[in-house]
Design a protein around this ligand. Structure first.
Ligand code: SF4
Length: 264
């Protein structure tokens, strides 16, 4: 466990989190900037539902670092949309890539890893790069909402992450899909170009499908794999050595069975 890097006790964080239930996302963002300055960063997947929070940040504190997980498996439309918003709103975006130490592994096993072991794939391409980027920061702003998944419904606006000494701030938690659209329409903001084709939630190409009108917003993600979260917002985020154990279990057997390896 790391030492506490925020200037609030766990009890104060609980109280503030309750108070923030009736505050606007903008008010929570202002509080975050005032209290953490350059030690707070935000993560964004640059989807349509990310647009309101990105727009608020551009108006409140455009210098804030925004991490984009560049898994190298995105739709080109997502990359264009990310570039467009960064340029138009002068956002301070940093792309995060998998740790170079997995380069050889991803070269050999990366294609199809989303089917062989999607949790491991998400860990290497998303969770670990975010763990590394947040190391040394004091607070992390995410755009999750309670109405997105059963897991997210249990989240709090302020969550102290003991393992990292990091405060996670979820200013959009109380917003619904309808609130997102109200804000987008009020401010005439752009939509992700794939939305009109039924992509209501967008991640990597191999794990994203369009949904039928009326379906759950995230039902097109990881279809048939029993997975609803990449791991950024679950207990996986605290597992710094997740990859090592899983790699040996899943792929060590394949290596051992490789007849070309021969015997010593
Ligand atoms: S969303 Fe799919 S392809 Fe992307 S990192 Fe996760 S499992 Fe891999």
């Amino acid at each position: 466990m790391k030492e506490i890097m925020v200037d609030f006790s766990v009890e104060q964080i609980e109280v503030l989190s309750q108070e923030f239930e009736s505050k606007t996302p903008q008010a929570i963002l202002v509080w975050a900037v005032e209290n953490f300055g350059p030690s707070v960063a935000m993560s964004s997947s640059f989807q349509t539902q990310s647009v309101p929070l990105l727009h608020m940040v551009s108006q409140i504190h455009a210098d804030m670092r925004i991490f984009f997980l560049n898994t190298q498996l995105h739709f080109w439309e997502s990359l264009i949309f990310r570039e467009q918003l960064q340029h138009d709103w002068n956002l301070n975006v940093a792309d995060l890539y998998p740790d170079p130490k997995w380069k050889m592994f991803l070269r050999q096993f990366g294609l199809g890893l989303d089917m062989d072991d999607p949790d491991l794939c998400c860990f290497l391409r998303k969770v670990q790069p975010m763990q590394q980027a947040l190391d040394g920061l004091r607070a992390w702003i995410s755009g999750i909402r309670r109405d997105q998944t059963a897991e997210r419904a249990q989240a709090k606006i302020l969550e102290y992450q003991e393992e990292d000494g990091l405060l996670k701030i979820n200013p959009m938690l109380n917003w619904t899909r309808r609130d997102v659209w109200r804000y987008i329409n009020e401010h005439t903001l752009p939509e992700h170009p794939l939305l009109e084709q039924g992509f209501t939630s967008i991640g990597c190409v191999p794990c994203t499908r369009p949904v039928v009108s009326g379906d759950d917003e995230r039902s097109g993600r990881w279809g048939g794999r029993g997975k609803t979260e990449c791991g950024l917002h679950t207990a996986m985020f605290n597992q710094k050595d997740y990859a090592s154990g899983d790699l040996i279990q899943t792929f060590g057997k394949q290596e051992n069975n490789d007849p070309e390896q021969g015997e010593e």
